[in-house]
Write a new protein. Structure first.
Length: 128
């Protein structure tokens, strides 16, 4: 269910690392908990983010939730198409609904992230 080549946080963000770039979004579990997503606030290109710190917000019909960066680095791209059409988070959370791309400055943060099987088990334990 969760892409094997991604890493996951306990806050339900994912990151796909390619070289020194990390593409970040929220998981299918997170979007289901939120319900219909209606608004996103994402950082500007050039902003520095730190692992575990807030980088934006996602608003749904149920709630406003903070987004936390799984990695430290500089935002080099934001998904402006997603900001214009936030409902894509509900239809393709692990693909077209990526949120930011970060140029990674500290790869050690990856060591603390879960692999897909670990994340699946974590989600199942939270659902009980």
């Amino acid at each position: 269910m969760y892409p094997e080549d991604y890493r996951y946080t306990k806050d339900h963000e994912w990151v796909r690392v390619q070289g020194d770039r990390g593409t970040v979004g929220i998981t299918d579990y997170a979007q289901k908990q939120l319900g219909d997503v209606v608004f996103l606030e994402l950082p500007d290109v050039g902003k520095r983010v730190n692992a575990g710190e807030r980088f934006g917000t996602v608003e749904s019909v149920k709630a406003v939730s903070e987004l936390f960066s799984p990695l430290s680095g500089e935002v080099i791209e934001t998904n402006v198409e997603l900001v214009a059409h936030p409902e894509a988070v509900n239809t393709d959370p692990h693909g077209a609904a990526w949120m930011i791309v970060v140029r990674i400055t500290d790869a050690k943060a990856l060591e603390g992230l879960m692999e897909a099987k670990q994340y699946q088990a974590y989600v199942e334990s939270e659902s009980k």
